[in-house]
Write a protein that binds this ligand. Sequence first.
Ligand SMILES: [Zn+2]
Length: 172
Amino acid sequence: MRHIFESYYYCDICDPNHIKNPCLNLISPYNETYFMQQALLEAEKAFSLNEVPVGAVVVCNNQIIGKGHNLTETLNDITAHAEMQAITAAATFLGGKYLKGCTLFVTLEPCPMCAGALYWSQIEKVVFATRDEKRGACRQQPSLFHPSTLVTNGILEAPCSEILKRFFLDKR
Ligand SMILES: [Zn+2]
């Protein structure tokens, strides 16, 4: 069994308790930065469609099992956020509605609607890049996320924030 921690692999042979140094023989290209880059590629697809550029991927066992980008204008649907697309795609892939053991990478802090959907999915972890100071779910108390969901942020914050700024500058 291998564990990802701070973007490195630990292996049971070198470090049975996963508490020492990362096993340099097993550094994986599939780390949190890699998966956030894939979410950013999704955000760029949204940008090219003149949608607010937010992208998301769902990862299970180092494999992307669902991805999506914001499609609220294209689908004329206010629920068509990137996270909702990725959650639905991942559940379809798994053939079940729960995303236990999965991680969602999303370029922008989830809104309360998406946090609610992630709650129902029982997803293990949510990693977002940049904060949404106006609509982000993290400032809500009590938390909108499932109690067993770990929420972290800051991976690729600069480029994920920059694409949003560029989009809204173009709009003016
Ligand atoms: Zn949302």
